[in-house]
Design a binder for this molecule. Structure first.
Ligand code: KIV
Ligand code: ZN
Length: 531
């Protein structure tokens, strides 16, 4: 294996050839249990993905629900520096709905998918090979009539007969698809196979030089990133991936790992992306905060330990030369390189500077809100760490207030017996409601009290709490998942007191449910509704 001293001494070597980064965090990622996002959260992530330099943002599956339709349409209306893509089955109704959702886009793409493997043909589609070919061709032609940019995916590509896969891709290309995506839908392939298949497809698909070949690798056997890189090595020029590797089952290939592998091993791969790597850490944190799913400390590139050197031998080596144990630097991926602790005497300027170092360049209005939260927190907590600041910036959704807010909370628990909680809530219409409840523990009692006060039913599906910073007075993030009216709802709360954090999370859910009732139901356009 060759050395790459430039990456440790003087940064990464730029490369001429480009691989397109297609992010599907908002579609394949969001459809995984525990990773659902509301529309505002999706928009927020989409803006960050745009700033990150993603080429194509897969914003959702418009036919899946009216809410998905609206999310794709809103993202299409706001994102300007990336292509916005919507997923579609090869059905006329899906294609029309997707095209409508993408209407506001500066650059839109319809992403068609159809299973090609014998297993899927027989058990999922009930189609012959000829029917699959005809359906693919017709769907691409229909989509091209509505959108200039069409991608075709052969679902379960790597368990498909190779000659048949080449034939399906040839038909899709002839019909007008510009991107041919070979998904390893079930994470079954190995890097050596993927490399061989891509090389073979590129020489057996008719007019292959007109197509962009794309890889979409799932991580069921832990090979998603390795497989994506193998595909790139064999000529794929689009890679489909997600932030933090979120996605169906074991997830998709992680964007940040692919991007950094291409940079750190630039001479090996000879291709680069448009990604601004210094935004990788902030966007990873944003997603973790939005979904309430924290990352393992040892997660490659963006985990808390990714750049920590604990052993004496490593620390000694690092002091002599960073390259001894560091193949990339924390600052390359936007990881805060120094540990700076703020406190109640820190001013707005110091706060702003640290936030910028953490990747958050806030406008004045957001800065006012965060500074007020910072001062409030500094009264309760002697040292404010980066995790606390991130919780202040990312943890609260300023556009989503109320209708309820907590005025007062009191909790008492006794060893071996139940806990009791009393809350006083204030509604935006001026109503004040006080309720008390007992429960098996303080969290149970909090939920019951919030249920009574707001009148919302909150059957608990999941609850967890984690520390977002350090020390005995650390802030905790409480995440509550509730099943209500057949829908999964998640709420978050931050506080130095875990019962208060749980109360805020419960109220976050109750508020979201109350707001959803008064929001007009997003309606599908008449044509799409009939699809
Ligand atoms: O994994 C898969 O096959 C997919 C397709 C819809 C592209 O996500
Ligand atoms: Zn997938």
């Amino acid at each position: 294996m060759s050395q790459n001293p430039s990456t440790t001494d003087s940064g990464h070597q730029p490369s001429n050839e480009r691989v397109l980064v297609f992010d599907t965090s908002l579609r394949d990622g969001e459809q995984a249990p525990g990773f659902s996002m509301n529309r505002k959260q999706k928009l927020r992530l989409a803006r960050e993905l745009e700033a990150l330099g993603v080429d194509i943002i897969e914003a959702g599956f418009p036919q899946a629900s009216p809410d998905d339709f609206q999310a794709v349409a809103q993202i299409a209306g706001q994102v300007r520096d990336a292509t916005v893509c919507g997923l579609s089955r090869c059905l006329p109704g899906d294609i029309e709905t997707t095209a409508r959702a993408l209407e506001p886009a500066r650059a839109g793409r319809i992403h068609l998918f159809l299973s090609t493997s014998p297993l899927h043909r027989e058990h999922k589609l009930g189609m012959s090979t000829q029917q699959v070919l005809d359906t693919a061709g017709e769907a691409v032609r229909r989509a091209r009539a509505l959108c200039d940019d069409v991608e075709f995916s052969a679902e379960d590509a790597f368990r498909t007969e190779r000659e048949f896969l080449a034939e399906v891709f040839s038909v899709a290309l002839e019909a007008g698809a510009a991107t041919l995506n070979a998904p390893d839908t079930v994470g079954y392939a190995t890097p050596a196979e993927i490399a061989e298949w891509f090389a073979w497809l590129r020489s057996h698909v008719r007019d292959a030089e007109r197509a962009v070949f794309s890889a979409h690798c799932h991580d069921d056997l832990g090979m998603g990133v390795a497989n994506s890189l193998a595909a790139i090595g064999a000529g794929a020029r689009q890679v489909e991936c997600t932030i933090n590797g979120i996605g169906e089952r074991a997830g998709n290939a992680a964007l940040e790992e692919i991007v950094m592998a291409l940079r750190v091993r630039a001479p090996l791969y000879g291709v680069d992306t448009r990604i601004d790597a210094r935004r990788l850490y902030p966007v990873s944190r944003l997603l973790a905060q939005i979904t309430g799913q924290s990352l393992p400390r040892n997660k490659a590139v963006v985990g808390e330990n990714a750049f920590a050197h604990e052993s004496g031998i490593h620390q000694h080596g690092m002091l002599k030369h960073r390259g001894t144990y560091e193949i990339m630097h924390p600052e390359d991926v936007g990881f805060p390189s120094t540990r700076l602790v703020l406190g109640k005497h820190s001013g707005r300027h110091a706060l702003r500077q640290r936030l910028v170092e953490l990747g958050h360049d806030l406008d004045e209005e957001a800065m006012d809100r965060v500074f007020a939260g910072f001062k409030d927190l500094a009264d309760r907590k002697s040292e404010i760490f980066d995790g606390d600041l991130e919780a202040l910036v990312l943890g609260r959704d300023p556009e989503n207030p109320g209708p309820w807010r907590i005025e007062h909370l009191h909790a008492a628990s006794h060893l071996g017996s139940s806990a009791s909680v009393s809350v006083k809530l204030l509604h935006e219409d001026g109503r004040q409601v006080s309720e008390a409840a007992i429960g098996d523990g303080p969290v149970d009692a909090v939920l019951r009290a919030v249920e009574r006060a707001t009148g919302e039913n909150l059957p608990l599906a999941d609850f967890h709490i984690r520390s977002v910073s350090e020390g005995g007075d650390a802030q905790g993030q409480a995440v509550i998942a509730v099943q209500h009216d057949g829908r999964a709802w998640r709420g978050h709360g931050y506080s130095t007191d875990i019962v208060e954090a749980a109360a805020m999370a419960a109220l976050d859910v109750a508020n979201a449910i109350a707001r959803s009732r008064r929001e007009p139901k997003p309606a599908l356009p008449a044509k799409a509704a009939n699809a």
